[in-house]
Ligand binder design. Structure first.
Ligand code: SIN
Ligand code: CO
Length: 381
């Protein structure tokens, strides 16, 4: 992971979204947070996105999970790799890997994919649309990086995998446990396991495409537009040619579009909810929520709030107030609750101070978040 002298500001200035960077860092301090058997177990669960990529002499084969234990009992001799998406949502120790990356805003962070490969295994040369930090967890992997790719880059003919037709590496490194490689979007890369038992943790980021943004923002706007909200021209004047769509009509029509689409405040509020919504519309709410009184008592006793590892927290400012977004829900927060909201969005574990515990508004907010499953109570201390 990051060595103590790692300069985050210099990284953001010189590498983030610009060029790859090898970061040697693990050494003796590194602990692999997940056992390969536990990864295989997760790959067998319904609702967990898992894939196996097998490399044959001529091509690459892709299988989709869930995978039964028997799939791993006789894996075959060809190099293969198992890839499991969003492991941080299920394993708090893997979620903890994200914490050193919080110098990037929460809303830009996606999830942690974990791969396990046998000697020679990998997913083939490719490029991703997103930034990624590839942390070597167990064993060794040779990473090669190449040039920048885009929609015009030639791909191998394959129904399921987007592999590069040509890959010319410009750099290569063998990563040991705890080392990591940062790869910006669009940069060709290929990681091949050197020896068996190779595990890699991909801290993945997200960046909405323009098409996705426009489409979702417009869908949201359409939900709020009624049929009677319509073009009107009570000041209609005489015009020389009835065939003309007159400039003032165009101006009024165009204003109907821009007034709606360009409302920045409404956009910010919509985006907060949109970007913090859980991935698969999951519902973590509890049937037997803790009563506010019992919650206050637990918090006063030093019980910490621990964020659900799959929860997304973000906020926007509106003057001195804050709108907090948690898992697609929004909460208006002013005064001391605004300060609390900022703290809730900043950290994955929090022990509340006396002022917050004594505030009814704070307990109400926390109760709601605990009830919807975004926070759990860490009863350990
Ligand atoms: C891997 O972990 O094998 C693949 C990760 C990547 O290249 O994005
Ligand atoms: Co990749």
């Amino acid at each position: 992971m990051f060595p103590p002298d790692f300069n985050t500001a210099a990284f953001l200035r010189d590498y983030w979204q610009k060029k790859p960077l090898l970061i040697r860092g693990g050494g003796a301090a590194w602990r692999n947070p997940l056992d390969p058997d536990d990864l295989a177990g997760l790959a067998g669960e319904d609702g967990v996105e898992a894939r196996i990529v097998t490399r044959t002499k001529k091509t690459w084969k892709l299988e989709h999970g869930p995978f039964k234990p028997s799939r791993f009992a006789k894996p075959g001799k060809k190099p293969w790799t198992l890839l499991v998406q969003a492991v941080d949502h299920a394993v708090p120790e893997v979620a903890a890997l994200i914490e050193p990356f919080r110098f990037v805003p929460n809303w830009r962070i996606d999830d942690v994919m974990v791969s396990y490969a046998t000697d020679g295994g990998g997913v083939g040369p490719h490029f991703d649309q997103y930034d990624v930090f590839l942390i070597q967890g167990l064993g060794r992997r040779r990473w090669q990086v190449g040039g920048r790719c885009d929609a015009t880059t030639a791909l191998l003919p394959h129904d399921d995998l987007r592999l590069l037709a040509e890959f010319t590496p410009t750099d290569e490194w063998v990563l040991e446990p705890g080392d990591m490689l940062y790869v910006p979007p669009g940069i060709a890369h290929d990681g091949v396991a050197v020896g068996d038992d190779c595990m890699t943790y991909s801290i993945g980021f997200r960046a909405p495409s323009r098409a996705e943004l426009v489409s979702n923002w417009c869908d949201h706007l359409l939900d709020g537009l009624g049929d009677d909200d319509r073009y009107a021209d009570p000041g209609l004047g005489l015009q020389g040619n009835p065939g003309e769509i007159a400039p003032d009509a165009i101006a009024r029509l165009h204003a109907m579009i821009t007034e709606t689409l360009l409302d920045r405040e409404a956009f910010a509020r919509w985006f907060g909810g949109y970007t913090s919504a859980p991935k698969n519309d999951v519902d973590w709410s509890s049937d037997a929520p803790i009563e506010p009184g019992a919650l206050r008592e637990a918090l006063a006793g030093g019980t910490a709030l621990r964020r659900n590892p799959a929860s997304r927290f973000a906020f926007i400012r509106e003057g001195d107030d804050v709108v907090l977004f948690v898992d697609g829900q929004s909460f208006e927060c002013d005064g001391e609750i605004a300060i609390l909201a900022e703290r809730l969005a900043a950290t994955d574990r929090l022990v509340l101070d006396a002022a917050a515990i004594n505030s009814d508004a704070a307990i109400k907010l926390i109760s709601t978040l605990v009830k919807q499953g975004s926070f759990g109570l860490d009863l350990k201390d």
